[in-house]
Write a protein that binds this ligand. Structure first.
Ligand SMILES: Cc1cc2nc3c(=O)[nH]c(=O)nc-3n(C[C@H](O)[C@H](O)[C@H](O)COP(=O)(O)OP(=O)(O)OC[C@H]3O[C@@H](n4cnc5c(N)ncnc54)[C@H](O)[C@@H]3O)c2cc1C
Ligand code: FES
Length: 362
């Protein structure tokens, strides 16, 4: 007999089979539960259980500490349902999510924007629609069931053809990929990519997208974490929703050197053209040739210096897991940010899941 999962306060409901995975059932039902890695590693799917019986599967302690588990928090991506359940998640919307599809995509271009960052344009099939929310990601489906996730860097599929009125013109998505030496997928991209190569992808995935509110927003990115943030900026710029257009945004983008801010000119020009957007680049190790006179240090610390009180803000953070974890902790504990107003995608890789905090027991 299937059980019912109810999410408060949105009152959204979906069914889950006995012993079934809660997050998967929610995604299948089109309920916009927050999530990131789907692997018990990032903590994005963490929410409070109000009632019901849940068995929590293997996860990393940094995603859900034993103390938080004792307080009734669960990770929906690795929790199974054993009764009707009521959960609290203020990040759930009362509208559905775009349909998740598998499809082939063809490489249009791969342009190096920094020594270790590639901007990919991938053509979508002309026969299928692909809808997503700005900020979501796709998975590349590789051999032997392996997957690698990459955030979409445009707000919606863009037309290749300059003639926007041509409904049949091919459309593309943009990705920003950082090379991880020794990495299965990025070694291929940087050393063995073929012209017009075909990949299989699945998406759109993830719960990283703008939530309706009138609060000012902090966009926080490290490295290629800028990709989904660029999509969010494009969404605001092209939105016909007047309330969204008037929300002040401060973009903090951190990297080691100036070259690592691989779309600096785009971010600078966009902030000049849009008075509601301020851009604060932050370098942790500027080189001598950078001749840098801007902000230095850790990017999330720059946010705290400028905004010691973040209550009444929404924060959207993306990039290195260490940055996302530190920002969540510091903003909530030291700057009065409500944890319901912190939205993030941590770019966890195999290295993070193999070498970081130990797995919490079943
Ligand atoms: C939701 C999400 C969105 C993401 N979006 C982006 C994005 O937009 N842009 C981006 O650049 N990245 C993104 N990532 C990260 C991306 O998915 C990959 O993890 C990353 O590109 C590395 O993939 P790879 O196959 O090259 O490396 P992998 O094969 O996964 O290896 C990663 C690193 O770990 C090392 N390694 C491999 N096996 C082990 C092991 N057993 N023990 C220790 N170390 C090991 C490798 O040498 C390599 O350096 C995202 C991740 C997530 C979860
Ligand atoms: S821990 Fe559940 S989605 Fe990452």
């Amino acid at each position: 007999m299937p059980f019912t999962v109810t999410i408060e306060p949105s009152a959204r409901q979906f069914s889950v089979p006995e012993g079934g995975n809660i997050l998967s059932a929610g995604i299948q039902a089109g309920v916009s539960l927050p999530y990131g890695c789907k692997d018990g590693a990032c903590g994005s799917c963490r929410c409070k259980k109000i009632s019901g019986t849940v068995v929590q599967g293997e996860h990393q302690a940094r995603a859900l500490s034993p103390e938080d588990a004792a307080k009734g928090f669960i990770l929906t991506c690795c929790a199974s349902a054993h009764s009707d359940i009521v959960l609290e998640s203020r990040q759930v919307l009362d509208v559905g999510m775009p349909v998740v599809k598998k499809m082939p995509v063809r490489l249009i271009s791969a342009e190096k924007k920094a020594p270790d960052v590639m901007l990919l344009k991938l053509q979508l099939p002309q026969t299928e629609t692909f809808e997503f929310r700005a900020g979501q990601y796709i998975d590349f489906l590789l051999k032997e069931g392996q997957k690698r996730s990459y955030s979409i860097a445009n707000a919606k599929p863009e037309v290749l053809d300059v003639d926007e009125s041509n409904e049949n013109a091919p459309r593309f998505i943009e990705l920003h990929v950082r090379h991880m030496p020794g990495g299965l997928f990025t070694d291929h991209l940087f050393h063995a990519l073929k012209d017009k190569e075909i990949f299989r992808i699945e998406g759109p995935l993830g719960g990283f997208f703008l939530r309706p509110s009138d609060k000012p927003m902090i966009f926080l990115a490290s490295g290629t974490g800028f990709a989904p943030i660029k999509a969010l900026i494009e969404q605001v710029m092209t939105s016909s929703d007047a309330s969204l257009k008037h929300r002040p945004i401060v973009l903090y983008w951190g990297a080691r050197t100036l070259a690592d801010l691989y779309l600096f000119d785009w971010a600078h020009a966009t902030s000049q053209a849009w008075p509601q957007l301020s851009f604060i680049p932050v370098l942790s190790e500027p080189s001598a040739e950078d001749a840098w006179h801007g902000r230095t240090g850790w990017v999330h610390k720059a946010v705290l210096e400028d905004h010691p009180n973040l209550s009444g803000h929404q924060v959207y953070a993306c990039g290195a897991p260490v940055m996302v974890d530190a920002a969540r902790e510091d903003f909530v504990q030291h700057a009065q940010l409500s944890s319901d107003d912190f939205f993030a995608d941590a770019f966890l890789s195999l290295a993070d899941s193999k070498t970081s905090a130990p797995q919490a027991p079943k």
